[in-house]
Each structure stands twice: as C-alpha cells, then as structure tokens.
Write a protein that binds this ligand. Structure first.
Ligand code: ADP
Length: 492
C-alpha cells in the first residue's frame, strides 16, 4: 500500500513537471509575435531564451524516469542556464551587458556544474550532495538577478519591475528553505526529487510557480514598454498634426502676403511703366510744343505759306501718333485671375518694350542687337508679356550700368523651336553669381541695394500662367542670359 502511494506521488510529480514544461513552452511561443511585429524597441532575446531553458528543464525532469535518467543532468543544467539568461537580460536592462570573455565564463559555469553533477547522479545515496550542488549555485545566481533587478528598479521605478523583484525574492526564499529543509532534515539520501519530503516538494512547486509568473511578468514588462512607446508615438503624432495645421495656416498667410505683394508689384510696375512712358511722352510732346509755338508765331506774323503749314502739321501728326502708341502700352498689368489672352506677335511686344526703354538705352550707351524672327504668334495678355520683357531688359540695363563693361550690349533673340517660341535676353554684364542662381526666381531675393527681388519672380509667375517657362544660363563670353519659352499660338 505504502509502495503504491509513493509510486502514485512519483507519477503525479512527473506529470506536474511535464505540465509545467508545456505551460512554459506556451509562454515561449507567446513571445514570438513580439519579435515579429515591427517595433522600435525589440524585447531582449534573453527573455525567450531563459523561458526556453526553463521549459527544457521542466520537461526533462518530467520525462527523466520514463525516458532516460541522463535527462536529470540536462534538466539541472538547463535550470542554471535559464537563471544565467535572466542575469544577462537584467544586465542588458542596466546597460551593462557582459563582454565576450565574461559571457564565455558565465555560460561555462552550468557546464562545469553538469560535469560535477553527472557522476553524483549515477552514484548511490547522493541526493543531498546533488541538491546542495544545484540549489546553492542556483541561489547565488538568483541573488545576482535580484541585485541587477534592484539596480534597474532604482533607475526605472516601474511597478512591474517592482513585482518582478518581489517574485524573484520569493523564488529565492523558496529555494533557500527547500535547500535548508533537505540538507538539515534526516530524510533518505537514496531518493529522487519526485519522492522527496512533502514540504520540500511544496517549496519546489512554489519556486516553479514563481518562476513561471516571472516569465509572464517579463511579457507584461515588454508589452507595457511597447504600449507606452505607441502612446508616445500617438502623442507625437497629434503634436505633429497640430504643427502641421499651424504650418498650413502659415502657408495660407504666406499666400495672402504674396498676393498682396503681387498687387503691390502691380502698382510698382505700373508706376515704373508710367514713369518711363511719361519720360518717353516728354519727347513727342516737347517736339509738338515747339511745332505749335512755331506755327503760332508764323500765323501771328501772317507769313505762312501752305507748304510750310502742311509740313508742320505732318510733324505734329507724327508726334501725336507716337504719343498715342506709348499711351496704348499703358495697360493694366494684371486683371485678377483672368488672363484676357489674345493672339499677339512676339516681335510686336518686343518692339513696344524697346520703344519704352529706348531713352534709357541711349543715355546709358547700350547697344541693342535684335534678332527676332517674323511670325511668332503667342496667345497671351500682351501687357503681361510686355512686363516680362521690360523686367528682363531693365535688369540687363541695370547690370550693365553697374558693370565696368565699356562695350555695353544687350542681345534680344526670338525664334520658333518645335511648338514653342524661345525669347532670350542676354547682356555682357557681370552675370549672376553661381551660388545665387538657384534662388534667382524666388520671391524677395535681390542683390541690389534698392532691389525688391520681385521682378524675376513675377516674370516666372506670368510665364507659367501661359504654360511657359523661364530659366537662366550664363551668356557665352560672360554676362547673363534669360530664356523665356512660350507655346506657339498656332503652328504649321
Ligand atoms: P530686383 O531687380 O528687384 O533685385 P529681380 O527679381 O528682377 O529683382 O532680380 C533678382 C536679382 O537677380 C537681382 O538682384 C540681380 O542680382 C539678379 N539679376 C537679374 N537679372 C540680372 C542680370 N541681367 N545680370 C546680373 N544679375 C541679374
């Protein structure tokens, strides 16, 4: 009867070990998704490693009597290895992983213990020695775990680490009591752990349970870490969203500013255009005035003959026509949103602008080289394209006036290229410095003291309104060259 109870206990214990082994194995499997999900912070590999050793240990304990008793050596070695993996894990948390030599030494320890254990296992009456060898080593390792955990708890102070420390302490207490119980008790020494005293056995199961809870707690630790990381990301995202909104508002504000500037530029450009037109008008008006004075004087004296009268009137008519042409080019630069595009000849627009800047060219002693092909129809608002040409010419005139060039020259070329018209304005001034070229068409970029950096930006703005483009290149032989490309209004 007594024999059969012992036998029953033995089998029940083995089954318990196997069950614990299977549970631990399930914990190992449950760690796999944590290593598969894309995450910033991966869990340490020592966590599943330690759990795996523990599973091997429990299964080996459970199967040893049924399969081979050598499994007891494997079980005890794995138990120590599981503990060592936990030390490695906690040290990595503390930012102090073992170096290569330390790693080698610490992993050799269970091997050394296994070598000592194996002869004890096969020798009779050695239960106490075996327990002493394994549990004392294990307890030293658990104390080490505790020290590392306390260090980490002090640093991080998270609740789950506190629990983990407590569970590890319980494991240690359980182990110490069990060791004490077996070594000081007068129980038989020719037994296996399956038949050890009930109290020692109970402590053994307690340490198994606390260990399994520790593995689960480790899972919770990593899960919490992941959740707090995700929360931080969500938080960052909402901050980013807010900032994005602010940026969008700022961009809208910028749009409004640019629109305002565009209007301001329209006034400024119209002002400049009016100023040059007024300047131009002075000349035909002055000439007309002289002719009128002359005619008046002759009429008062009554000495006017029909030929002279006709000659003076013809001249007056001519001056008048010129004035009218100039006044005609005074148009609204922008009609908000609408382009009012009409077919125009590029040559005519160039000629109109040249008319406007003629006095400026003359006074600054600048030569114009004109090579504009006939029949270059474009569908645009003439006033706007005139503004583009005027800006380019004004820039070239200013660049030449500020340069030391003696033979000042501006070349205007226009021709058909494929389905578009290319207009280039080049000068032999100083050109645009290379580091400034990339910002040339940006708003408010100017190298001039009185410049506003609006002209070229406006040119680009206008040209793109007509599906065209503008770019810069250094002129051959030095100087600047701006090329405007516009689609042909019709092509053969
Ligand atoms: P602003 O003339 O008011 O400075 P622009 O947008 O018309 O504004 O020109 C921007 C800058 O491009 C000028 O300040 C000048 O440095 C440079 N630039 C434009 N055209 C020429 C040119 N023909 N030669 C040299 N530099 C030029």
């Amino acid at each position: 009867m007594i024999f059969s109870i012992i036998k029953f206990m033995e089998v029940a214990n083995q089954i318990f070990f196997v069950v614990f082994g299977v549970i631990t194995l399930a914990i190992v499997l449950s760690t796999i998704p944590q290593f598969q999900s894309p995450r910033v912070d991966w869990p340490s590999i020592y966590w599943p490693l330690s759990t795996s050793f523990y599973a091997i240990s429990a299964l080996s304990f459970g199967l040893a009597l049924w399969v081979n008793k050598f499994l007891l050596t494997i079980a005890n070695t794995s138990l120590l290895m599981s503990s060592i993996a936990l030390i490695c894990l906690y040290r990595s948390w503390n930012g102090k992983p073992f170096n290569k030599i330390e790693t080698l030494l610490i992993w050799l320890l269970p091997l050394g213990i296994a070598i000592l254990y194996e002869p004890l296992r096969t020798a009779p009456d050695t239960f106490h020695q075996r327990v002493a060898l394994i549990t004392l080593t294990l307890e030293v390792l658990i104390v080490w775990q505790l020290l590392e955990l306390i260090k980490f708890y002090k640093k991080e102070g998270s609740r789950i680490v506190g629990w983990l420390t407590l569970i590890t302490l319980l494991t240690l207490i359980g182990n110490v009591f069990r060791t004490y119980q077996i070594l000081t008790g007068d129980g038989p020494t020719n037994i296996f752990l399956y038949t050890e005293e009930p109290f020692a056995l109970a402590l053994r199961w307690l340490t198994y349970a606390t260990n399994i809870i520790a593995f689960v707690a480790l899972g919770v630790f990593y899960l919490q870490k992941q959740i707090s990381k995700e929360n931080k990301i969500i938080n960052d995202l909402s901050i980013f969203k807010n900032e994005n909104q602010k940026i969008t508002e700022l961009l809208k504000e910028k749009e409004r500013l640019i629109y305002g500037l565009m209007k301001a530029n329209k006034t400024a450009a119209t002002g400049a255009l009016s100023a040059s037109i007024a300047h131009e008008l002075n000349q035909p008006l002055g000439a007309s005035n002289l002719n009128i004075q002359f005619l008046k004087m002759k009429l008062e004296k009554g000495v006017i003959n029909p030929e002279l009268g006709k000659e003076i009137l013809d001249s007056l008519e001519e001056d008048n026509k010129r004035a009218a042409t100039i006044v005609k080019s005074l148009r609204s630069i922008f009609t908000d949103g609408q382009t009012n595009a009409q077919e125009a000849q590029l040559g005519d627009l160039v000629a109109k602008v040249l008319d406007i800047v003629k006095p400026e060219l003359k006074s600054k002693n600048i030569q114009i080289q004109l090579s504009v092909d006939d029949d270059l129809p474009i569908k645009v608002n003439s006033a706007e394209i005139e503004q583009v040409i005027l800006n380019l010419l004004n820039n070239a005139i200013q660049a030449l006036a500020n340069s030391g060039t003696l033979q000042r020259r501006i070349a205007i070329e226009a021709m058909k290229v494929g389905n578009s018209v290319h207009l280039s304005v080049s000068d032999n001034g100083t050109g645009v410095p290379e580091d400034f070229q990339s910002r040339l068409f940006e708003l408010l970029n100017s190298t001039k003291q009185t410049g506003m950096g609006l002209g070229l930006w406006l040119c680009k703005h206008i040209v793109t309104r007509y599906s065209g483009s503008i770019h810069y290149e250094d002129a051959i032989g030095g100087g600047a060259r701006f090329i405007v490309e516009l689609p042909l209004a019709k092509w053969p």
